[in-house]
Write a protein that binds this ligand. Structure first.
Ligand code: SF4
Length: 294
């Protein structure tokens, strides 16, 4: 018998599901109205197939606010900087806000801390749009630290508040908290990590250890999918990172009885279903069981 085990957390997280349904709803309502073109400020998710589907529904991806002259702008799940939001408002563009509520919470904490006189420590990649959006909510003139060295060298401030990019690891957050406690007399910490990433990684590594061959589905441009593929490959050398079922070859599953399937937070369910159907077709005539892992 052949078994296909699918990680229960595979595919869209809460924030991405919400952003896609907001985009779908907007496209359904306003598509075809030339006075109301719909834009998304950057791709709504890092999945080329899903972005292509949204484009067919009339949602045009733009790289900056300057490219939008009228209509609507959808803000994706990891938010937008305060200055970009202000620029959209100034142009009287209707804003459709699909920022994940967990990201909004991190922005709110950063703003509140800076208003209450705390230096702000932001744990995360300073080049990531989510971190840029969090930092933009910190009041002007307030010290901001995004590295351990910056914390150690921070001048003036007596107290600091810590917030984290939602996809950071708990260990990294704790390293920043420890360094902050060495440098500042008072430290406030907001654990703004979202557990969607950790849960997915834990489930996928467990599954990779059980499977004869492992598939990780998701865009090659998706950082969380690439990371998932890396940690699965460390456990199971027969790990394949693919975008769609079209890439599956017979040799990838040769001799395998148990195949594991997981997917990044930006991979739509129809892509996961497509892989299952492809595996069933490859194993035609065999008894096949499809079930969830965990
Ligand atoms: S990973 Fe978490 S914070 Fe990020 S969009 Fe998904 S649910 Fe929101």
């Amino acid at each position: 018998m052949k078994r296909i085990l699918i990680a229960r957390s595979a595919g869209f997280c809460f924030g991405v599901k919400r952003a896609i349904s907001i985009a779908d709803e907007t496209a359904g309502r306003d598509r075809g109205d030339p006075r109301e073109p719909i834009h998304s400020l950057g791709p709504i998710i890092h999945n080329p197939q899903a972005v292509e589907r949204l484009e067919k529904k009339g949602i045009r991806v733009v790289g900056s606010v300057e490219e939008i002259t009228c209509g609507k702008a959808i803000i994706r799940s990891h938010g937008v900087t305060r200055s970009d939001r202000a620029a959209l408002e100034k142009k009287r563009i209707s804003i459709i806000d699909a920022t994940c509520p967990f990201v909004t919470k991190a922005q709110d904490h950063a703003r509140m801390l800076s208003r209450e006189g705390y230096a702000v420590v932001v744990v995360g990649d300073p080049n990531h749009p989510e971190v840029k959006s969090i930092i933009s909510y910190i009041e002007e003139g307030v010290p901001v630290c995004t590295s351990l060295d910056e914390i150690a060298g921070a001048k003036g401030a007596r107290k600091a508040g810590v917030v984290a990019q939602t996809t950071q690891s708990f260990d990294n957050l704790m390293a920043f908290v420890a360094e902050s406690m060495r440098r500042f007399a008072e430290v406030r910490v907001f654990n703004t990590i979202c557990n969607a990433t950790t849960l997915r990684q834990e489930e996928s590594t467990g599954l990779a250890g059980k499977a004869d061959a492992m598939f990780v589905l998701g865009g090659y441009n998706s950082a969380n999918t690439r990371r998932l593929a890396e940690i699965c490959a460390a456990i199971n050398p027969r790990t394949h990172h693919i975008e769609t079922e079209e890439e599956v070859t017979r040799s990838m599953v040769a001799g395998a009885s148990v195949v594991g399937v997981t997917a990044g937070a930006s991979t739509p369910q129809w892509i996961i279903d497509g892989l299952v159907e492809r595996l069933k077709a490859l194993w035609k005539g065999e008894e096949i069981e499809v079930s969830f892992y965990r």
